[in-house]
Design a protein around this ligand. Structure first.
Ligand SMILES: [Zn+2]
Length: 233
């Protein structure tokens, strides 16, 4: 008894469903991994910003200490200036005092800049921490949703695999002998619907004799790609 195209069509539908569900199940861990990677990147950004703040604070502390040393020195020069015994000594101390005053002023500007950069890093940190919170919440919601979905998909997969087994068991014997090795290597690519006058799998045009046979409901393999063709619904 030749196989009917209703049977082949249904078989192909089930094979496509099974492949689709398996694909979704396989993609799930990758989707979870991707959301974890995104959260980790956000955590890294927060850590890097905190580190930059810490380094800037250390730099500001170091320069502030240096500034106090300058101030002590300026005080000392001032004392020496008052106690200068001659003009030459007075001028030399005055030059030193001017140079150190200038250096101290440069240092003050540098400290001011660092403190400003700490301010802007701190507001950046607030933003990054907000983003991280959102990303982590979204990731955990999404992961829970994916895990739930995978449970459902396993249920659907079991149902379609049961249907597949049933449909395979009902195949006429001579077609089953062709089908088994074919599906083993090509899975859901074992079949394709007729697409107008072409193979729906490889798009090759089919001879009129083959098209007629298919239109009468008799499945036949495509001579080009080997997929079994059937009449679409
Ligand atoms: Zn083909």
């Amino acid at each position: 008894m030749p196989v009917s195209d209703t049977v082949v069509r249904r078989l192909h539908e089930i094979l496509l469903q099974v492949a689709d569900i398996r694909g979704q199940i396989e993609r799930a861990p990758k989707q979870i991994k991707a959301s974890e990677t995104k959260a980790q990147q956000a955590r890294d950004s927060v850590a890097a910003c905190k580190d930059a703040i810490k380094k800037s604070r250390m730099e500001a502390d170091r320069k502030q200490l240096q500034q106090r040393q300058y101030e002590a020195k300026l005080y000392e020069w001032q004392g020496k200036l008052n106690g200068a015994s001659n003009n030459r000594e007075y001028q030399a101390v005055k030059d030193q005092l001017a140079a150190d005053t200038q250096a101290n002023s440069v240092l003050s500007d540098e400290i001011f800049e660092i403190l400003e950069s700490i301010d802007s890093l701190q507001s950046k940190l607030v933003g990054l921490e907000g983003e991280l919170k959102t990303i982590e919440e979204d990731a955990s919601k999404m992961q829970a949703k994916i895990r739930e979905r995978v449970v459902l998909l396993h249920g659907e997969l079991a149902r379609f695999e049961g249907e597949l087994k049933q449909a395979e068991g009902d195949l006429p014997e001579d077609f089953a002998a062709v089908y088994q090795p074919l599906v083993k290597t090509r899975g859901e690519e074992s079949f394709a619907p007729l697409d107008d006058r072409s193979c729906g799998g490889c798009n090759t045009g089919l001879p009129p004799r083959v098209v007629d046979q298919l239109r009468q409901g008799h499945p036949i393999p495509c001579s080009s790609c080997g997929r079994w063709l059937y009449r679409p619904e």
